[in-house]
Ligand binder design. Sequence first.
Ligand code: COI
Length: 357
Amino acid sequence: MNNYQIDIELCNNRKEKPSFSNLQFGKTYTDHMFVMDYTQGQGWHHPRIIPYQPVTLDPAATIFHYGQTVFEGLKAYLSENEEVFLFRPEENIKRLNRSCERLCIPPVDEEIALEALKKLVAIDRDWIPNVEGMALYIRPFIISTEPNLDVSPSKSYKFMIILSPVGAFYKEGMNPVKIAVEQEYVRAVRGGTGNAKTAGNYAGAMLAQEKSGKSGYSQVLWLDGKENKYIEEVGSMNVFFKVNGEVITPALSGSILEGITRKSVIELLKHWNVPVSERKISIDEIYDAHQNGQLEEAFGTGTAAVISPIGELLWRNEKLVINNGKTGPLAQKIYDALTGIQTGKMEDPFGWRVTVE
Ligand code: COI
């Protein structure tokens, strides 16, 4: 789509803002949203920013029955000088389109998606928390809207973007979380939708997460769906281990989410000359490293989770405490560098920041 024009309808009554120092994740939404429609023959059309409002759909819409939908997550940050930055938004848009391809959803024009992100954030910029550790979470998503029960790709869609001021994803904040290694359920298999950001992956993960939550674990660490042996990812983050001086993370196998924070952490580590490799990692290898005293640190990475140190892994009823349950120096250094770049406190040697005018 070229020569696009985003129509803008501003709301008359601005909502009351919550206290930014006490935000939970994903509970509050801003004044406006972005919407664009797709219909077969016409393609994507009518991009617009409108007051935040409910969506009305036919009860037979494909999204309700077959879950043909994809989403993304990124954040906008406010610098000390009141500049607004996005972090690598073009990577999210590319990944959105890769997810679209897997779910038979027509891709969106990358330029208009970026323009929509920037315009919407600019309009609702006073919702970006000016509090350390807080940010404006951006949730772009596409749903299939055609009323049709015949299990085929929808002929109509809606691309929407909503915004939510957020605090830490885990109640622990930057303190280490406890993660249970999942032995019964699996998240994805090779050839499935594990590397797409689609609702079904998250719905299918909830039962395991609920069960582990009841025993005091924040989330589960998924093992591969075939051999139940190799580490994949945690529900909402990719995972890294520091073993005997080397940082390792599971290689992208097709069933793991291609995290943008994951990619940025690998690039940062390489920039610092810290040995890092992406490869198959078995849970036995991590168990042995822990027993030998070589498992120095573990942490998760994600837009929502940022850098979340893992202080304990539960594996076969055995508690593997990592770094005495404390945040490790490498996780802290990565957190400081990443959030420093994101919020404009540090130089951005990689050109990752995008300014919202
Ligand atoms: C994100 O980190 O943006 C995610 O998508 C994780 C999420 C499901 C909260």
